[in-house]
Design a protein around this ligand. Structure first.
Ligand code: NDP
Ligand code: MG
Length: 372
């Protein structure tokens, strides 16, 4: 029987690669819905090719060939066996909760869902017996390594180190948008590519790992591994380390997440060869150059509204950097400033989470007026 799937964010980097996977596995999937933000032209092309029943775009009147539906409606549709949440930003959170409330499994790429509301989302998924299968290569690797979480002593998350790994702090201070977007290993959306350059992306991943695998922050380690071949590892209590390896392609974790627990040959384009790879390097992150990582660990540890504040300030600052309003290091300085001015709040409802997110974003944008 075909697995019925919807893709939120089908026009994005993850969404487009997911459709490439599904095209190869067309006997195994039926698409219920595809959704875009602003790129309705690409969405309409995808509709012509994949024939979903429903579709969403910000400009809903321009959708051709599928019935328009809101993200929440798509996620409440129990025809879905699984929903791939590949939208960027906080817009992913509510529809994910709707899907969980309807007992639909989630393949999760969207980072904000767990960073902003991991304390709500994970217990809800457990209560509703819903699988949350991570798409991000690191969490997908850990998911593949774990047999029995109760016997795991440590999660070891790898980081490529981004384009500035071996550059000086001065080089980084003067980095252009173009240099920052030139990631050595991965081709991703702009926001996550900037986060990979500051290592905020790794910080967000540490927080996600804490929620996904219910692991304390003391037991989550980050190691820099520039080749991006070891996608992450776990250490069992007896000292045995299990790692997941593969060529750096998002097709593999996307396919794993949407076909789990089955595996298919699918889109695999090249055979893995240890001798071709020849060497794998590992090093401790430079905590001074990449302050974002330290900040994310503290925000994660303190919890409550701090990760929400950090995420909102960071996203606004990344947008300002991409628009040429601020410099690369100003991103993390902005995050620190917003955190300093923030009074943490705990035991938040979803509405409170969105309210804090909105307030911090407003304050962050105001803070950029000084740069004019
Ligand atoms: P992109 O920016 O490439 O794509 C984002 C997608 O979300 C697009 O389809 C976009 O639509 C849609 N979207 C954005 N805003 C809205 C909105 N307000 N309403 C509806 N749809 C919206 O991002 P990525 O694919 O790179 O990343 C998606 C998520 O996955 C992010 O949270 C990212 O952190 C995470 N992730 C990405 C990885 C990667 O390799 N790219 C790896 C691991 C995690 P449109 O383009 O039509 O405007
Ligand atoms: Mg990742």
């Amino acid at each position: 029987m075909k697995r019925k799937i919807s893709i939120l964010g089908s026009t994005g980097s993850i969404g487009r690669q997911a459709l490439e996977v599904i095209e190869k596995l067309s006997d195994s999937f039926e698409i219920i819905a595809l959704t875009a933000g602003n790129n309705t032209a690409l969405l309409n092309e995808q509709i012509r090719k994949f024939k979903p029943k429903y579709a969403f775009a910000n400009n809903i009147n321009e959708i051709e060939g599928a019935k328009p539906a809101l993200l929440d409606e798509i996620c409440a549709n129990k025809e879905n066996d699984i929903i791939l949440v590949a939208v960027s930003g906080k817009v992913g959170l509510k529809p994910t909760i709707t899907a969980i409330n309807n007992g639909i499994d989630i393949a999760l790429a969207n980072k904000e869902t767990l960073v902003m509301a991991g304390d709500i989302v994970m217990p809800l998924a457990k209560k509703n017996n819903v699988n949350i299968i991570p798409v991000d290569s690191e969490h997908c690797a850990i998911h593949q390594c774990i047999k029995d979480i109760s016997q795991v002593d440590k999660l070891i998350i790898t980081a490529s180190g981004g384009p500035f790994l071996h550059k000086s702090i001065d080089d980084m201070k003067n980095a252009t948008v173009e240099e920052t977007l030139h990631h050595p290993r991965w081709n991703m959306g702009k926001k996550i590519t900037v986060d990979s350059a500051t290592l905020m992306n790794k910080g967000l991943e540490v927080i996600e790992a804490h929620h996904l695998f219910n692991m304390s922050y003391d037991k989550i380690q980050v190691v820099v591994h520039p080749q991006s071949i070891v996608h992450s590892a776990i250490e069992y209590i007896d000292g045995s380390v299990i790692a997941q390896l593969g060529l750096p392609s998002m097709h593999i974790p996307i396919q794993y997440a949407i076909t789990y627990p089955e595996r298919f040959e699918g889109i695999k384009s090249k055979t893995f060869s240890f001798s071709e790879i020849a060497r794998l390097d590992f090093e401790e992150p430079d905590w001074e150059k990449f302050k974002a990582l330290k900040i994310a660990y503290s925000c994660g540890r303190y919890g409550g509204s701090l990760p929400i504040c950090m995420n909102a300030a960071n996203e606004e600052a990344v947008f300002a950097f991409l628009q040429g309003k601020i410099k690369l290091f100003d991103i993390i300085d902005t995050v620190v400033k917003m955190l300093d001015e923030h009074t943490p709040v705990y035991n938040l409802t979803l509405d409170e989470i969105f309210e804090i997110d909105k307030e911090v974003r407003m304050k962050t944008r105001e803070s950029f007026l000084q740069y004019k």
